[in-house]
Design a protein around this ligand. Structure first.
Ligand code: CAA
Length: 384
């Protein structure tokens, strides 16, 4: 029995900051941001787009009435949750008009939450082969104005429809995970912005990658030559490359070049959007599938997920015969092209305003043509 990703949908808000402009404003050489970090633009969520609305927008792109009727598991992975108690996935279930005979929950472990959801969904479908599961990663990454993490902010969501007849990627059954409490990145309860030990977080990301990749290699006997491409959680696009370079010496130069060429394709969306935390690995997968003309059915893709704190997981899947027909690259080209550039004064004013909890009490609207759903504000203490 095959289980895996049947459809992938993505949403990112309509406004972005140009990182060359930001670099000049911060008196940094722009090449540090565009080459050293590997980011050109970062998506900025207006107050009218939160983790819930972005999640619903990403899922609305892919779900048919038939899919909706079959969904009996909805998982939202997020570290930008809007409630300390209630699962954000319940709002998503209602907005999308999904069946009530479903298990609906939220998973938190930094950027790893959606991968935990995907693995949960895999086991769920094993037990319920006729059902479908909706797994979404949605986040807003905020480090603070004029911090070293600022250039790695972003916002967006990726939705995965998981089923026993996956048309995109059939997941291999094996998986390798590794967890350890490390203080590399966290967000205290009273803060809208993350705390991070940047250099240390890079080291942990790489350490967990080497641990999980080696374990997966031992378990499955797949060598690096067995993968057409490796996809990574991309907090910024240079990060995955740093990790991949640790294992490239395992193969000859031709294969090294091949893997690095595919890697370029997986970074194209992330370069323009930034870190979307839980959705980031799946944004890289979508970018690879949408932009890489060389990939063919039957090829194996590796996936590395990392959530600070920290949990890492390496797993893989095989491209399915009809995978290209499931994709819609022109839609995302259009979505990214139609975004509006934010003036830096407006970006800073919006950022500062959003740190104030009172900001959500106003009546909000959103005219983004790619957003079916938006957050309209808090009325009588309830989110609308
Ligand atoms: N031209 C070209 N390159 C330049 C340059 C220039 N003028 N100036 C600097 N660079 C290069 C540097 O050489 C460096 O390259 P290498 O990493 O290949 O050595 C790169 O630009 C970055 O420079 P610094 O290391 O000096 O940058 P920094 O101290 O400002 O911090 C950062 C970079 C640590 C990534 C910081 O942005 C940060 O803290 N980001 C948030 C945390 C993060 O993303 N961590 C990733 C792992 S954790 C994770 O994955 C979970 C998650 O999502 C948060």
């Amino acid at each position: 029995m095959k289980i895996g990703i049947d459809k992938i949908g993505m949403y990112t808000p309509k406004q972005y900051v140009d990182l060359v402009e930001l670099a000049k404003h911060r008196r940094v050489d722009p090449a540090k941001f565009t080459i050293g970090i590997g980011q050109d633009k970062m998506a900025v969520a207006p107050l009218s787009q939160d983790a819930i609305s972005m999640a619903a927008n990403a899922a609305a792109k892919i779900l048919t009435a038939e899919d909706k009727a079959a969904i009996d598991l909805v998982i939202l992975g997020t570290e930008s949750g809007v409630d300390n108690s209630k699962a954000g996935a319940l709002y998503v279930q209602k907005l999308l008009d999904l069946p009530n005979r479903a298990r609906v929950l939220e998973i938190k472990e930094a950027c790893y939450g959606a991968t935990a959801g995907l693995q949960y969904a895999k086991l769920h479908i094993l037990q319920n082969p006729t059902a479908k599961a909706l797994v979404i990663g949605a986040d807003i990454a905020r480090y603070g104005l004029d911090t070293s993490g600022e250039v790695t902010q972003g916002a967006g969501a990726v939705a995965l429809l998981v089923s026993a007849k996956p048309k995109i990627l059939a997941l291999d059954l094996a998986t390798s995970y590794f967890s350890e409490e490390v203080p590399d990145f966290w967000r205290p309860l009273n803060q809208m912005i993350a705390e991070v030990d940047g250099k240390y977080s890079n080291e942990q990301y790489i350490r967990f990658f080497k641990e999980t990749f080696a374990d997966y290699q031992a378990k499955t006997k797949y060598g690096l030559n067995d993968y057409a491409a490796l996809t990574f959680h991309l907090p910024y696009t240079k990060m995955g490359l740093k990790a991949m370079r640790e294992i490239l010496p395992q193969v000859d130069e031709a294969k090294q070049n091949e893997l690095q060429q595919h890697y370029q394709q997986e970074t194209l969306y992330g370069r323009q959007i930034g870190n979307i935390y839980t959705g980031s690995l799946y944004l890289a997968l979508l970018s690879l599938l949408d932009n890489d003309a060389i990939l063919q059915p039957g090829m194996r893709i590796g996936l590395y997920s990392y959530g600070s704190g920290a949990v890492g997981e390496f797993f893989s899947g095989v491209l399915q015969p009809e995978f290209k027909a499931q994709l819609d690259p022109m839609y995302y080209l259009d979505l990214l092209a139609k975004r509006q550039k934010l003036a830096l004064d407006d970006y800073e004013a919006q950022f500062t305003a959003q740190l104030d909890p009172e900001s959500e009490n106003q009546a909000l609207t959103d005219d983004d043509p790619f957003a079916k759903y938006y957050f309209a504000g808090i009325v009588d203490k309830k989110r609308v």
